[in-house]
Design a protein around this ligand. Structure first.
Ligand code: NAP
Length: 276
């Protein structure tokens, strides 16, 4: 039995789709906070169990009988609470005698314990300390998180503005990361490994060109001299410092193919987004 936690989210749903292509539905279960949100999965024969990271008692039953568990990290923003949620899930996995755990961590969380990696760093330590056989899947930023808003704005305004000074950022599509997770859960040789997944390295001028090609509408690239507010400003600072340019071939090795190119992901997103 393979159990996927937080499976009602964007990543989890894609993982379950890939698992259903590889295994009978009766060998797949999801542990979710809100079972009503995955009625469609129940209709496809997937076992639906209630598992809330804030209610440790629900997790033990939710993980029962799992040969493999995919622990999808919580979206909780407070690092302390997020660490407690992940620790509760690991305690439950031990109590339920789960065969092996795959955990969706973040790139560089093995060496960095600040900012976005804080909770992942602590969870990787907790995973090691648990004694559970495991695989660490370190994710980069999801392409969709950058491309979807940029696409909507750029096609509306016919321009793309940024303050990243031409530096690159490496992102991967959730679809590729989901397929990689499904492979890790259903193939034999991944336990005991840690993967540093990266996808495609791109720059904002390249994104403007790719948008023009894919949409058939001209999108000009412009330099923005005023820093963006909030999280976007912080991210642009990271990009300018070159912190997001890391490239590895771990994702390609697990997928047995190159990760999706920028243009491919844009084409998929354009098909989903109504453009006026
Ligand atoms: N690498 C990146 O760029 C990036 C970006 C965003 C997020 N992430 C991380 O990757 C994870 C998966 O991403 P995603 O796109 O699938 O996120 P998502 O679509 O926002 O889904 C989040 C999932 O977490 C579940 N959840 C929230 N609180 C929970 C709790 N207390 N107990 C159990 N489940 C809970 C949600 O369940 P409900 O349906 O009940 O709300 C939902 O299934 C996120 O949770 C976050 O840790 C990474």
């Amino acid at each position: 039995m393979i159990v996927v936690s937080a499976a009602s989210g964007g990543l989890g749903r894609l993982v379950v789709d890939h698992l259903l292509a590889r295994r009978p539905a009766s060998h797949i279960a999801v542990a979710v906070r809100t079972p009503e949100r995955v009625a469609d999965l129940a209709a496809r024969g997937v076992q639906v169990r209630r598992g809330d990271y804030d209610e440790p008692d629900t997790l033990r039953t939710a993980f029962e009988g799992a040969d493999r568990l995919l622990l999808i990290s919580s979206p909780e923003l407070d690092p302390g609470r997020r660490i407690r949620q992940h620790q509760a899930a690991l305690d439950a996995a031990r109590a339920a005698d789960v065969g092996a755990v795959a955990y969706t961590s973040f790139l560089d969380a093995d060496t960095r314990s600040d900012g976005v990696t804080a909770a992942h760093h602590a969870t990787e330590h907790a995973l090691k300390a648990s004694g559970l056989p495991h695989t660490v899947l370190r994710h980069p930023f999801y392409s969709e998180g950058f491309l979807r808003p940029a696409l909507q704005h750029a096609l509306h305004a016919a321009e793309l503005r940024d303050a990243t000074e031409g530096r690159g950022l490496n992102t991967a599509s959730r679809a590729d990361l989901a397929e990689a997770a499904a492979r890790v859960l259903s193939e034999d040789d991944h336990v005991g490994r840690a993967y540093d997944f990266t996808g495609t390295l791109w720059t904002y001028p390249e994104l403007a060109q790719a948008l023009t090609r894919v949409s058939g509408r001209p999108v000009a690239h412009c330099v923005r001299h005023v820093p963006a507010p909030g999280v976007q400003g912080w991210l642009e600072g990271q990009i300018r410092a070159g912190a997001l340019e890391r490239q590895t071939d771990d994702l390609a090795r697990v997928l047995h193919r190159p990760p999706a190119a920028l243009q491919e992901t844009l084409t998929q997103l354009l098909a989903e987004i109504p453009v006026t």
